[in-house]
Structure formats: structure tokens, C-alpha cells
Design a protein around this ligand. Structure first.
Ligand SMILES: NC(=O)c1ccc[n+]([C@@H]2O[C@H](COP(=O)([O-])OP(=O)(O)OC[C@H]3O[C@@H](n4cnc5c(N)ncnc54)[C@H](OP(=O)(O)O)[C@@H]3O)[C@@H](O)[C@H]2O)c1
Length: 274
């Protein structure tokens, strides 16, 4: 029986992925900040809950060791994350650092803790939830975008290193997901960006800039990435991510950015009229 270790399994994509793998006969180590509050996953056979806040390095080491002591681990799914929304100047230093502590460094420390174990068995796969915001960029979420772009670049670089030890690394880059994300994201307000925020919201509502998939749809892509045995790093997930990333590859990043700027009804920064 194969085993997957998941971070951020209390809700949304992490929870859907835990349920999907369990239903497909996998053992699941579902980690979350407050396992004592979980009332669904703890009812499922072959699912073990362990405590994990990915910003707590001591807890990462304890929990990863406890997971390894439970038996074979095949896949580590780095999924925990949240969104920081607003213009750069509205964030505090603490907010910016926190975004990277969770979204980027959390992945780094969990991965680092598992590498010696995977090296020794010359097998294993890391999958990280990035975002369409890690393959292209969206307004008013620059630090979130930076954290997800960092993960994409890091994963591609790691793929060369880990291949030396027969270890795989992949990213699942969802577009919008219907989850708690929108409720828990931290939004900084600044009236000088109201028009942009309004247009962005319209683009999310009419599906131009983002559609919102069920978490189960994205979990299917995680399952495919875990089982297809392909030497492939990036898995855009959801209609929007597949469509918008394909457009980026087709027209190139500058043409896509200019088209998005026009859609948002802003002047391009390179326009002679500015
Ligand atoms: N929703 C979207 O539109 C969207 C789009 C693209 C990518 N993503 C990415 O998808 C991933 C999952 O998000 P979701 O949409 O499923 O949102 P969600 O329902 O809010 O779930 C986020 C999960 O991350 C956990 N988490 C947050 N900070 C953590 C920390 N420090 N340590 C451990 N766990 C932590 C949350 O745990 P608690 O319950 O303890 O808070 C929760 O389990 C994230 O990486 C997110 O950036 C989301």
C-alpha cells in the first residue's frame, strides 16, 4: 500500500486530496495545524492525523520523523498556503515575511526534512501546490505571486539535483479553487487601487482571468501527477490554468501581459502617453 504525506490537509485542496488518495487505497498521513479539530478525516480508514504548522521547524522535524517511523512514504504533498492580497506598500514587513514563511519556506523545510529518507531508499516524489499565479502574474497579489514563482523556479532547479537520487519533484498549479482560500486570505485595502481591484474582481467573476474549480478537480490532477510516472515538472490544474498557461506559451509573456493590461483597462507602463 502506497503512502502520501500531506500538509494543510484540514481544508480545501489538502482535504480533497487526502480523501481521493484514501479512496484509491493509499495510506494518508494528513497533517494540519489543529488535528484535534478535525472531524472528517479521522473517521477514515488508513488516514493518520499528525500536527504540523509548516512555519515551525522543530515541529516539522518531529512530525516528519514520526511519519517515517510509521513505515514507507512514497509521496510528499506540500500544499499548505494562503493568499496575501493588496498593493505592496500596504503590507507590513511582518505580513510579507509571513507569506514567505508559509508558502515558500514551509515547503523548503518539509522537503529538506524528507530528502535524506528518500535518498536512502532511492525513490520518492515531492509535489507542491503552486498556482497559476506562479506561472503568470496577477495584480494586487505581488508577494503571493512571488512566493509561487519562487516555488516554480525552485522545483525546476531541484528536479536536476533530485534526479541524481531517483527522486521526483512536480508542481500542481491550480487556477481558482472553490475553497476557504478566499475567506481566509489577508486583504490590505488602498482606495487608490479601487478601480483595478474592481476590474480584477470582474475578471474573476466572468471567468476571463480566473475560473474557480472544485477542489476535487484539482485533487484529480495531484493524483495524476503522483501516479503517471512521467518525467514532467509542471501540471497546470483546472480549465483556467490550462487555458491561460497555454496562451502564455503560445503568445509569449510580454504579449500576454499587454493583453491583460488592456483587459484591466490600464495604460501599459511602456506606453508613450505615460
Ligand atoms: N483557492 C485558490 O483559488 C487557490 C488557487 C491557486 C493555488 N492555491 C493554493 O492551494 C493551496 C491550498 O489552498 P486551498 O485553496 O485549499 O485553501 P484553504 O481551504 O484555505 O486551505 C489552506 C490549507 O493550508 C493550511 N495552512 C495555512 N497556513 C498553514 C501553516 N502555517 N501550516 C500548516 N498549514 C497551513 C490551512 O490550515 P488551517 O486550517 O490550519 O488554516 C488549510 O489546511 C495553497 O497553497 C494555495 O496557495 C489556491
Amino acid at each position: 500500500m502506497k503512502t502520501i504525506f500531506i500538509t494543510g490537509a484540514s481544508a480545501g485542496l489538502g482535504k480533497s486530496t487526502a480523501k481521493l488518495f484514501q479512496a484509491n487505497g493509499w495510506k494518508v498521513i494528513a497533517t494540519m495545524r489543529t488535528p484535534e479539530k478535525e472531524i472528517e478525516l479521522n473517521q477514515l480508514e488508513n488516514v493518520t492525523l499528525l500536527p504540523l504548522d509548516v512555519t515551525n521547524i522543530a515541529q516539522i522535524n518531529t512530525t516528519v520523523q514520526a511519519a517515517i517511523n510509521m513505515g514507507n512514504i512514497d509521496v510528499v504533498f506540500n500544499n499548505a498556503g494562503y493568499g496575501l492580497i493588496g498593493p505592496l506598500e500596504s503590507y507590513t514587513e511582518a505580513e510579507i515575511r509571513s507569506q514567505f514563511e508559509t508558502n515558500f519556506f514551509g515547503v523548503i523545510w518539509v522537503t529538506q526534512a524528507f530528502i535524506p529518507y528518500f535518498k536512502e531508499k532511492r525513490a520518492g516524489l515531492f509535489i507542491t501546490t503552486t498556482s497559476l499565479c506562479g506561472l503568470t502574474s496577477y495584480p494586487l497579489s505581488s508577494i503571493y505571486n512571488a512566493s509561487k514563482w519562487a516555488l516554480e523556479g525552485w522545483s525546476e532547479s531541484m528536479s536536476y539535483d533530485l534526479a541524481q537520487h531517483h527522486i521526483g519533484i512536480k508542481t500542481v498549479a491550480p487556477g481558482g479553487i472553490k475553497s476557504n482560500y478566499m475567506n481566509v486570505m489577508e486583504v490590505a485595502q488602498d482606495k487608490s487601487y479601487d478601480t483595478l481591484m474592481q476590474r480584477l474582481t470582474e475578471g474573476f467573476t466572468d471567468g476571463t482571468l480566473m475560473e474557480f474549480s472544485e477542489p476535487e478537480t484539482i485533487a484529480d490532477v495531484v493524483y495524476r501527477a503522483a501516479t503517471d510516472e512521467k518525467d514532467q515538472v509542471r501540471y497546470p490544474a483546472g480549465n483556467d490554468a490550462v487555458r491561460i498557461y497555454a496562451n502564455r506559451l503560445e503568445v509569449g509573456p510580454e504579449a500576454q501581459r499587454i493583453a491583460t493590461t488592456k483587459y484591466l483597462n490600464l495604460q501599459s507602463p511602456y506606453s508613450p502617453s505615460i
